[in-house]
Design a protein around this ligand. Structure first.
Ligand SMILES: Nc1ncnc2c1ncn2[C@@H]1O[C@H](COP(=O)(O)OP(=O)(O)OP(=O)(O)O)[C@@H](O)[C@H]1O
Ligand SMILES: O=P(O)(O)OC[C@H]1O[C@H](OP(=O)(O)OP(=O)(O)O)[C@H](O)[C@@H]1O
Ligand SMILES: [Mg+2]
Length: 312
């Protein structure tokens, strides 16, 4: 099984890092390599441009692809979520309507939660363009012509779309366009170029994509489980502590845990006064208050550690 991943650009490093954390160690060879093996002999990596990855998956050059939702949407074909594509056969209703399933669709298996950005319609500040309707008969420059065309179609506005390959923000200032559809994340580039957001076109983040025919493949499911376990662990912490046995109910009240805390006898409890060790998984954002509450009920020696992966 082959996974297409970005060969360079801002998505390359975080993608390799995620695969590593998921236990799919990528073998490093020459810098300009096309393929790499992983620790799993059945899984290899194909390096490609972020924008080309959806096509590689559709064509069968790769089975899975990791890239931005914006890129998958731009490359054509409807992008279905795993549930909407009815991949596990358990969902019914409207999603089961075969006529709505596009042959070219890629299945959006998992939101990998990085590379977050927004595709927005933006126009010069104080330039008189305040809504999409103001662009009737005007020109819009973008690196995303497919998405932009369908956005204007749904808005019922007839605008001319000009395709550029970068530095889109410059085009309104050289009279090439009246507005742009471009990516923004921090908003710095728009601000520097005195452009104001008129409308949101698409919310994007990096996803794991698959062709519909490989979704039920056992290896694909293993990759999904491995990647999901990294995401699940990200905002959790593992807490270990000692607590007096008779305070256990109070300790358990403080620790919502996944399946409640694990409680173990402590060998060093020589005088048998009933000290136990308690381990639990806690939401990262709750750690601060949970520790205060634990100390109040007599817990001591509290350790907080990060979790590498959490397979549920
Ligand atoms: N601020 C941002 N600007 C551009 N892309 C972003 C941003 N934040 C997240 N992304 C995601 O990264 C993708 C761009 O990947 P790409 O490989 O083109 O990276 P890049 O760093 O822009 O490289 P290049 O030098 O080729 O432009 C976008 O399609 C989007 O999914
Ligand atoms: O909201 P911001 O944080 O400012 O990010 C948005 C900018 O970043 C991207 O450009 P990139 O750096 O990829 O350069 P490029 O145009 O050469 O692709 C994108 O095309 C915007 O111009
Ligand atoms: Mg770029």
């Amino acid at each position: 099984m082959r996974i297409a991943v970005p060969n360079k650009g801002r998505l390359h490093e975080p993608t390799i890092e995620l695969l590593e954390r998921a236990g799919l160690h990528v073998e490093r060879t020459a810098d300009r390599q096309l393929y790499a093996d992983t620790v799993d002999p059945d899984v290899s990596i194909l390096y490609a441009r972020a924008a080309d990855i959806p096509e590689y998956v559709r064509d069968g050059a790769a089975d899975l692809g990791i890239t931005g939702l914006d890129q998958a949407t731009e490359s054509g074909g409807v992008v279905e979520t795993a549930a909407a594509a009815d991949v596990d056969g358990s969902t019914g209703g409207a999603s089961g309507d075969a006529e709505t399933v596009d042959e070219d669709a890629l299945v959006d298996l998992l939101d990998l939660e990085y590379g977050s950005c927004r595709l927005v319609l933006a126009a010069p500040e104080d330039g008189g363009i305040e809504s999409v309707a103001d662009l009737e008969g005007r020109t819009v420059a973008t690196e995303f012509p497919t998405i932009t065309r369908s956005y204007f179609e749904s808005a019922g506005v007839d605008a001319e779309i000009v395709t550029v390959t970068g530095a889109t923000e410059l085009t309104p200032h050289v009279e090439m366009a009246d507005a742009i559809v471009d990516i923004t994340s921090t908003g710095t580039t728009l601000r520097v170029n005195r452009l104001a957001v008129i409308d949101e076109v698409l919310d994007s983040s990096v996803r794991l994509f698959a062709r519909p025919d490989v979704v039920d493949d056992a290896k694909v499911q293993q990759v999904v489980t491995a990647l999901r376990s990294v995401l699940a662990a990200e905002d959790k912490r593992y807490l270990m502590m000692n607590a007096p046995k008779d305070e256990l109910p109070a300790v358990k009240d403080v620790l919502p845990g996944l399946d409640g805390p694990t409680v173990m006898d402590v060998e060093a409890d020589e005088n048998g006064d009933g000290t136990v060790a308690v381990h639990a998984v806690v939401d990262e954002r709750d750690v601060f208050s949970v520790i205060t509450d634990l100390k109040d009920v007599g817990a001591s020696g509290i350790l907080v550690t990060e979790i590498e992966r959490l397979v549920e």
